[in-house]
Design a protein around this ligand. Structure first.
Ligand SMILES: Nc1ncnc2c1ncn2[C@@H]1O[C@H](COP(=O)(O)OP(=O)(O)OP(=O)(O)O)[C@@H](O)[C@H]1O
Ligand SMILES: [Mg+2]
Length: 239
């Protein structure tokens, strides 16, 4: 569905992605594991067009995404749920959800239908629909970030560490939501440091280390303990 080939992205002189190639398969959950600073967020922002790839190709069904403006990438159906959720704290839950549908504001009926779907999926967002997003709990903000992304009519959801900063029981809940989206046949690219949990849900995974994809496969094919160790090793080194 999305084919990434030899993508390079730098911050000034600092190379963060040093030729990354991977495939996000349609109707599955592809996980990207890797320690702090590996380049995971950089890859998400590069796919989303917010950071510019200096080289390489990101292809979706024959369309090249490198060089497109971020909002054009969103309207092609590549929608990001960013790291740390980034909901608009001083806007209501409803306004945050409407913000996700920015490209469809003329289609009022369609947006109303999408909104009803999201509120059915997340009853807690309905209960809190008038509340400022900044007053929600971390787990609720994560649901809101997912709901906002669904309002953008995604063909692919890019999710950057949805478990960050959440209590373990809430993380389980968020993963159940992600698993549910996958079971509906949605295409999801999930960046996670929580390798143990990610491998429970993933159909395919890749390991990113220092800007390189060093490993990939299906969770059933590999020794989880070794992989989990590698996914965290850099994190220990960095601290
Ligand atoms: N704005 C920036 N300016 C300069 N260097 C940056 C910037 N953002 C990230 N980097 C560097 O790029 C590399 C990759 O960072 P990135 O945030 O993509 O890693 P990550 O895998 O998402 O890490 P984490 O697990 O901590 O979220 C790191 O070495 C980081 O220091
Ligand atoms: Mg990151």
């Amino acid at each position: 569905m999305l084919n990434i080939r030899d993508v390079r992205t730098s911050y000034g002189k600092i190379a963060a992605l040093k030729g990354v190639s991977l495939d996000i398969r349609e109707g599955g959950l592809t996980c990207l594991l890797g320690p702090n600073g590996a380049g995971k967020t950089t890859l998400i922002w590069t796919i989303a067009g917010i950071l510019k790839a200096q080289a390489g190709s990101i292809n979706m069904g024959g369309d090249e995404l490198v060089g497109l403006k971020p909002h054009n990438i969103v309207t092609k159906g590549v929608v990001t749920v960013p790291e740390n959720r980034l909901v608009f704290p001083e806007m209501s839950v409803l306004d945050n959800l409407h913000a996700g549908a920015f490209a469809y504001f003329k289609d009022k009926e369609g947006v109303a239908r999408d909104l009803e779907d999201v509120l059915q999926r997340f009853p807690r967002l309905r209960e809190r629909s008038g509340q400022m997003a900044g007053t929600l709990s971390g787990g609720e903000q994560q649901m809101l970030a997912v709901g906002r992304a669904l309002m953008a009519r995604p063909k692919i959801l890019l999710m950057d560490e949805p478990s960050t900063g959440l209590a373990p029981i809430i993380v389980e809940e968020i993963f159940e939501i992600i698993g549910g989206l996958r079971d509906e046949g949605r295409t999801i690219f999930l960046v996670e440091q929580n390798a143990t949990l990610a491998l429970k849900y993933a159909d395919h995974f890749y390991l990113l280390e220092q800007g390189h994809v060093t490993f990939g496969g299906q969770p059933g094919e590999v020794d989880h303990d070794e992989l989990i160790q590698r996914a965290y090793l850099g994190a220990r080194k960095a601290s």
